[in-house]
Design a protein around this ligand. Sequence first.
Ligand SMILES: [Zn+2]
Length: 281
Amino acid sequence: MSEIPPDAEARRAVAPVICYPDETLPLPDLALYAAALAEGKVTETHVAAPRDATAFRVPAGAFFRIVSLEGPQVGDLNLWNADDLSERFYSGKTRALHRTHVTTGDRLWSSFPSLRPMATIVADSLDWYGTDPHGARVHDVIGTRCDPYTGNLLSGTQYHHCCHSNLTRALADATGLALAEAEVHVHDVLNVFMCTGFTRETGQYMMKASPVRPGDHLTFFAEIDLLGALSACPGGDCSAEHSSDAARCHPLRIEVLTPPPGALGGWVPPPPNGYDGSHGR
Ligand SMILES: [Zn+2]
C-alpha cells in the first residue's frame, strides 16, 4: 500500500455533494398517471418462463406491470424505442440521475443522443423495503445482467440461459433479427426485484435473497412507444448463484394496461434531448 499522507483524515472528511441535484429534473405528473392507471384495463399479458425471456410492446401512454408469480424471482429488464433499437435504456445515467435502486417516481432514461424518459415507475409493492442492515436495496441499476461470457471467464462454462442470452433470443424472435444482430442491442438492465448493494469494506457488488413474494409488482408508465424484454433470471431469487440451473426459478408475468381515451388529458410523449449535437465543431 502507498504511504498514508499526514492529512489523510482531513481529506477523507471533506463533505460530499450530490452529483446531479434533482431539483431541475423534469418531474412526472404522478397524480395524472395514477388516475389513468386506476382506470386502466389489462389488454395484454405475457409470461417470462423460468430461465427464459419474453418480449412485449407497450404504446406510449399505456402502462406495463411486472408481477411475481409462484415464488421469489428476479427479472432482468431491457427497453428499446419500438421504432429505433439504437435508443435504449441507459442504466448508468439512470443511476446517476436518480439513485442506485429505483422506485416510484424514478424514470428510466434512454441512451444518447435522445436522453429522455422512456418509462416512469408509478407503483412499487416493495417500496417498504428501503435500505436493509447490509446496505442492500431492491430494483437496482448497478448490476449488468448475468451473461455466458463472464461465466466462461470465471468457470470455463458454456451456459445458455443467462439473462443476456435469454434477452438476445427474445429480441431476435420479436424483431426477426438474427441472434448475432440482436445480441448487440442487449444492454445493461434494470434488475427488477433483485436485492443488491456494495460491501462497505471492499466495495464489491453483493446480492441476497430477494424479498419479493407472489403478487408483488413493479408498474411503469410508457413515455414513448416501447419494445421491452424481460428475463426470469436463472438465479431465481438470486440468493446464491446465477449462471447455472442450480437455483429454483419461477415465471414472471407482464401485464400491459391501457387507460381509456382522454385519461391522460393533453399529455404528449417527451421529445428527444435538446442538445444540438454539434460538439464544438
Ligand atoms: Zn440473470
